[in-house]
Design a protein around this ligand. Structure first.
Ligand code: SF4
Ligand code: SF4
Ligand code: FES
Length: 903
């Protein structure tokens, strides 16, 4: 540590950091705009000026920018020096010269970094009396709004968008004395992380367009800590409610998981909660019924016995466990397709029995040599892609280090490093959005991707099985990838279930294990398909097909389906025949879907904002989400419906669960791997009450004045330490229970500075989440010996592989208004050469036959698809329920399905 002096006070600082970072980490209030902990320093705004002195005798000193000056040992600075104070006030006055001062109508008002810094600097009145510079705003799509007049030219937006997130359609346009931040023309922002502009921009230029539809100020929101449910990464979020509806989602910093950012699916997918398709009241035979009648019916069905349950990878551990307990372990089936359960269980087994550790997303970013095998990371696990974008900067940092340029001096580092990038090798069935920064790319059918993986493992460790019949160029590619990984200090292998191919997963594990054997601390990160895929697989449910078989052989009296649309898991004809075999179908879910349509009884299940629960992410980290509000309808947590149903049926054990704590304790006692689940967040008994409403919350008494002029007692929360109220016990909440970041003088999201030990580091009190899985210490793994045959284009059909979309492939977010506008229409992707064989052109219709299913789809030409392979967008309505990859036949509309060889 370095000793530095701030206003004559001796303090300890990290010498690898700059003075602004040091001052903020030490708790000083020093205004800044252009610096951001994730983006580093460029010295553009001049707002962080401090006076620096040569030594104790120096009384004159000189003004320096704190963000551009290292916190070197012996540094003496003054924040309160009058010249520095006047300088900072002058800077903000000039930045505010053209600002419209429209805080009352600005969506950022009340949580604006510019407001905070203006107050902190003491600038109160505008002395410049001439006209202001004005701009035209742009249409940037359904997610982000633009109001350029509020810009203070700090450059953060373009630095984040272009340099950090890899976008290219937002830029700074300069003409004479004006600078404009926007697109070259109106249009939807193309980058998957565009929503972060809302938080990165220190003022109200970029605001949340979805929030505008149901606006509320930050101080008027009742908030709760939450977990994103739109992929398997488990990014931490804060959700905000007003008047009984969910208004928005913002980032909740977790150093180990998502850091400062969210993807657009995670930020804007929340609107599904308020979708017109929400199930808010119980439905009996398609008609709304009362809660009492629903429970009476549910109890009667449970009393009949012979009940089966199907769980869900998008439901909490608690919901799944409650169902498993209710129906009995032997009658509990995993709600994934068999293929998905098999792949997810394989990934879990590899991470628990193998030698490679699953890294946190922060560790993904610290990796300096990466091999992505078979994954479209940007569309499947978006924030991991953002982390990988930063990982390619790790190795070239050595260039900057040799030139003694500190890592935080962003522009100087970029100048020194130029286009140099660390190794990122991507092998995938089609081009991915990370290919622009990849050092090696290879596109092939899934089996060929697996072969490349096995060849890399063999090149690292000759005792790993060889790949027979590999082409010389692939052998060379494998050797190059192997040597890149061996050259890294922190090599990483990324794979997952997206190819729906077990050999791909095994090959990725083989590479990581070979690296471990060669003495490298290799990490192995799998993406998981849904927010609780690992959580459900850890319960070891029976495969879905066994439910189908069980019902076929002995019809069940009642089938309970938990938060799951079975028509997405298996072909419609198979599901329909399953449902014919049950006398009564009970479905607990949030949104109307094909399964709820066929149910006798539908119970309205709470979404992630109307319930509490635990999810296990792709790292194996268990994290808890909390209820933001009590819905004004019959919606309640799935586990509560199950408990109340069993109470109505006089079943004993489950009806004894009075609170979430009872349930998590029961789960910890019964399933060994969940022993630490009760500690994921402290209970109310341990820490007292934490207010969900900030202390400026307004209108509390008036909100329900139409019902009663007396302020009603807020509802109790029996399940957590969070209170539906402004009243709180003293002290800062622990990170896992912190409903919002807010500190005196810091109203914007940058208040997170006050919750970290060191800015940009872990949260004070530890980052939320408990890891449930660790690699085996016994080294009992053995190399896989079965290498698949090389893929050969088939004469009798095309290999159809899934193509993923950040907007549309995920089940819940596609019901969000903004996301729905950006989702593609169902299509068939075809290599142009294959298309010409068939005589079909882009945008023409084509008939696709897969098994018993047939679709008419629009053709999209993609030259990146290998020969003999065609792509179908994963999860889109109309083509869901198909198990891919599968061989399919294609034909021009009106013609008979053709074999590929005949085309
Ligand atoms: S738009 Fe916002 S982030 Fe971009 S330069 Fe202007 S103030 Fe800074
Ligand atoms: S990366 Fe996944 S978990 Fe994170 S915000 Fe996006 S969808 Fe949610
Ligand atoms: S924050 Fe230091 S110059 Fe902008």
């Amino acid at each position: 540590m370095a000793s530095i002096y701030i206003d004559n006070e001796a303090r300890q600082a990290n010498p690898k950091q700059n003075l602004l970072h040091a001052c903020l980490s030490l708790g000083y209030d020093l205004p800044y705009f252009c610096w951001h902990p994730a983006l580093g320093s460029v010295g553009a705004c001049r707002q962080c000026a401090v006076k620096q002195f040569r030594n104790e005798q120096d009384t004159t000193g000189k003004l320096v920018m704190a963000c551009m000056t290292p916190a070197a040992d012996g540094t003496r600075i003054s924040i309160t020096d009058p010249e520095a104070v006047v300088f900072r006030a002058a800077v903000i006055q000039s930045l505010m010269q053209n600002h419209p001062h429209d805080c009352p109508v600005c969506d950022e008002g009340g949580e604006c970094h510019l407001q905070d810094m203006t107050v902190m600097t003491g600038h109160r009145s505008r002395t410049y009396s001439f006209g202001k510079r004005t701009f035209r705003n742009q249409y940037l799509g359904p997610l982000v709004n633009h109001e350029m007049n509020r810009c203070i030219q700090c450059q953060r937006c373009v630095r984040f968008y272009r340099e950090y997130a890899g976008g290219s359609d937002l830029n700074a346009f300069h003409l004479r004395d004006t600078i404009y931040f926007g697109r070259h023309e109106d249009g939807v922002l193309e980058n998957e992380f565009s929503g972060n502009l809302v938080e990165v921009c220190p003022t109200g230029v970029f605001t949340d367009a979805t929030l505008k539809r149901h606006y509320a100020r930050k101080w008027d929101l009742q908030m709760a800590p939450s977990i994103c449910v739109h992929c398997g990464l488990g990014c931490n979020t804060t959700v905000g409610e007003r008047y009984g509806s969910l208004r928005r989602v913002v980032n909740r910093y977790n150093h180990q998981v998502n850091g400062y950012f969210l993807c657009d699916r995670g930020r804007f997918g929340y609107e599904f909660v308020e979708s017109d398709l929400r199930v808010r009241y119980p439905l009996l035979n398609g008609k709304t019924t009362t809660k009492g009648e629903a429970l009476e019916r549910f109890g009667a069905l449970l009393r009949e016995g012979n009940v089966l349950g199907i769980g869900s990878p998008r439901a909490s551990l608690e919901g799944n466990f409650a169902l498993r307990t209710l129906v009995g372990r032997n009658h509990f089936f995993g709600g994934m397709s068999d293929q998905e359960l098999q792949l997810t269980s394989t990934m879990l087994r590899i991470l628990r029995e193998g030698s490679a550790r699953s890294p946190s997303l922060d560790e993904v970013e610290q990796s300096d040599a990466v091999f992505v095998l078979g994954e479209d990371v940007t569309n499947v696990a978006p924030i991991m892609a953002l982390r990988l974008r930063q990982s390619v900067r790790q190795a070239p940092m050595e260039i900057a280090a040799k030139l003694h340029i500190p890592e935080w001096l962003d522009q100087a580092v970029r100048e020194a490093v130029q286009e140099a990038k660390g190794p990122l090798c991507i092998a995938s069935p089609y081009a991915t959005k990370l290919d622009d920064i990849a050092t090696v790319t290879y596109r092939a059918a899934p089996d060929d991707l697996a072969r490349l993986g096995f060849a890399v493992a063999h090149a690292i460790d000759a005792s790993a099985p060889e790949v027979p019949g590999l082409l010389p160029e692939l052998e060379k590619m494998a050797a190059d990838i192997a040597s890149a990984l061996l050259g890294g200090k922190n090599p990483l292998v990324v794979s997952g279930a997206s190819c729906r191919n077990r050999s791909v997963i095994e090959a990725a594990a083989q590479v990581a294990w070979a690296l471990c054997k060669a003495g490298r601390p290799a990490a192995l990160s799998f993406t998981t398909p849904e927010c609780n895929s690992f959580g459900l697989a850890l319960m070891e449910p029976r495969p879905l097909s066994e439910a189908f078989r069980a019902i076929e052989s002995a019809p069940a009296s009642t089938l309970i389906v938990l938060e799951n649309d079975l028509f997405r898991r298996a072909p419609a004809s198979v599901v329909a025949s399953l449902l014919r075999g049950v006398r009564h179908l009970v479905v607990l879910d949030h949104i109307e879907n094909a399964t709820t349509e066929t149910a006798e009884l539908v119970l309205p299940a709470g979404t992630f904002v109307e319930s509490d629960g635990t999810l296990v992410n792709n790292e194996g980290r268990a994290q808890r989400f909390f209820q933001a509000f009590v819905p004004g309808s019959d919606v309640e947590e799935s586990w509560r419906w199950l408990r109340e149903g069993s109470a109505a049926a006089d079943l004993k054990v489950e009806s004894e669960w009075r609170s979430l704590d009872d349930l998590t304790s029961a789960m910890a006692a019964e399933i060994v791997v969940f022993a630490s689940i009760p500690q994921v967040a402290p209970s109310q008994k341990a820490i007292g009450k934490i207010a969900r409403e900030p202390n400026r919350y307004s209108g509390r008494t008036a909100m329900l004045a139409n019902i009663s002029v007396h302020e009603s007692k807020p509802p109790d929360d029996p399940d957590s330490a969070l209170a539906f109220s402004m009243e709180s016990d003293p002290g800062k909440p622990p990170p896992s229970l912190n409903p919002f970041f807010w500190a005196p003088g810091w109203n914007s999201i940058q208040a997170v500075n006050k919750f970290q030990n060191e800015i940009g580091g872990p949260l004070r009190g530890g980052d939320p989440g408990i890891r449930l899985i660790e690699p085996s210490s016994t080294q009992s793994w053995q190399y896989y010996s079965v290498v698949p045959e090389a893929f050969r284009p088939q004469q009798d059909g095309w290999l159809l592989v899934p193509i993923f979309h950040i907007f549309g492939s995920e089940e819940l977010s596609r019901h969000a208004q903004g996301i729905a506008q950006l989702a593609p229409r169902p299509y068939l992707a075809l290599n142009p050469m294959e298309a010409s064989l068939l005589g079909v052109k882009a945008d023409e219709q084509i008939k696709v036959t897969v098994g018993d299913s047939q679709f008419e789809l629009e053709v999209v030409l993609r030259a990146d698809l290998p020969r003999g392979v065609a792509g179908l967008p994963s999860g889109l309505l109309m083509i869901e329920g198909i198990t891919l990859p599968a061989f399919g036949k294609l034909a021009l509309t009106g013609a008979a399905p053709s074999a590929r060889g005949a085309a």
